[in-house]
Write a protein that binds this ligand. Structure first.
Ligand SMILES: Cc1cc2nc3c(=O)[nH]c(=O)nc-3n(C[C@H](O)[C@H](O)[C@H](O)COP(=O)(O)O)c2cc1C
Length: 345
């Protein structure tokens, strides 16, 4: 068998056309075989992208469901145009989910719980102010609900008024920041202070997410052995990954999404979160490099085991971060012409 393979190799070397055909065929077969990864994606969507009945839901997904519904109220309160009665189906859902949160024994000072309560208060105030529920279709229910929940009165109110004002950061400043952000593949050995990471995540948390469900989480790995184990599962860090004092893992939880129509959303929200994170690291004097998570299901599973992640938490990407060395080389990374990117239709 070995002899046959060696003979084939010799033949391919001797005949460039045969070699090119062989390479194309190999690529085709491999690409075809990799379509099976889609089966894993399908299984994960089937397993995790389905909202259970509330008592069976963990705190995170329950919070996402609550956000999904109460965000409709918050949003509705901000719509321009004549004031109208809206959200008659959503309101009972929000109250039911708030009860489920309480019955689940979750924290009553949680900002999302309080946010949902404050959206109910604001909705009630709107109904009263504009006399929108003269038929008493929803008002008595809201009144009864809020009467037993005094926390609603002290919760930070929603919506908030914003006044048109010049932006805090100019285009020129943001351009300078964007131009200065580069993917670094060299790091000083200085550890990254915990506080800087916390501040970076706080900023990244301000990124938009679908219905404000905030599915992202960041795992920071500084332990040398664990870092090395994790990086061994990733194919794009050879030659520099080991220099980074910290490896960040950005994940998004599939359970925060209600069905397969949202299947791309974890990655979209994860991308937005990651971009903010890059800038947040940068403005604190740190440098970073995103690392793709283009892996086989088996590798993905191994990383989940290593980090103790639930299957529903999808790894969006890894990121290496640290302080820059005094001088280092970065690729110029040319950008395409604007006309190839901005298209008027
Ligand atoms: C999702 C994602 C995955 C990436 N994966 C890798 C990687 O595995 N290895 C690497 O060296 N760079 C990686 N990069 C960095 C890109 O190569 C880099 O962003 C691009 O070349 C533009 O350069 P710049 O970031 O310096 O502007 C990745 C970037 C993104 C956004």
């Amino acid at each position: 068998m070995r002899g046959l393979i060696a003979a084939l190799r010799r033949l391919l070397k001797a005949c460039p056309r045969c070699h090119a055909r062989y390479t194309r065929a190999k690529y085709f077969v491999l690409s075809l075989a990799r379509l099976r990864y889609g089966a894993t994606d399908l299984r994960q969507v089937w397993r995790h992208m389905y909202w259970q009945r509330e008592p069976q839901m963990a705190a995170g997904p329950l919070q996402a469901k609550l956000l999904f519904y109460y965000h409709k109220i918050e949003k509705g309160l901000c719509m321009p145009g004549p004031r109208r009665l809206f959200g008659l189906e959503v309101l009972p859902q929000v109250m039911r989910l708030l009860e489920a949160w309480e019955q689940g024994g979750h924290e009553r000072d949680d900002p999302i719980y309080l946010g949902a309560l404050s959206s109910l208060s604001a909705y009630r105030a709107r109904l009263l102010e504009h006399g929108l529920d003269r038929e008493q279709r929803i008002l008595p229910q809201i009144d009864a609900f809020l009467r037993t929940r005094p926390a609603a009165a002290s919760a930070p109110s929603t919506p908030v008024v914003t006044l048109a004002a010049p932006p805090a950061v100019s285009y020129a400043q943001l351009l300078a920041l964007s131009e200065a952000r580069r993917s670094y593949r060299d790091f000083a050995p200085t550890p990254v202070p915990e506080q800087l990471l916390q501040q970076a995540v706080q900023l990244a948390q301000l990124s938009p997410s679908a219905c404000n469900r905030q599915p992202c989480r960041l795992y920071a790995i500084s332990d040398a052995q664990r870092k090395q184990q994790l990086l061994s599962h990733q194919n794009g860090n050879l030659g520099f990954g080991h220099l980074a004092p910290v490896v960040l893992v950005i994940t998004a939880d599939m359970r925060y999404f209600f069905d397969a129509s949202e299947r791309h959303q974890p990655y979209i929200d994860g991308g937005l979160f990651s971009m903010s994170l890059l800038y947040a690291l940068q403005v604190q004097g740190l440098v970073s490099c995103c690392l793709n998570w283009c892996v086989t299901p088996a590798t993905d599973h191994a990383a989940h085991q290593l980090l103790g992640l639930p299957d529903a938490e999808r790894i969006v990407m890894l990121m290496v971060a640290g302080y820059p060395p005094p001088a280092s080389l970065v690729p110029r990374s040319h950008r395409k012409r604007l006309s190839h990117v901005l298209v008027a239709r």
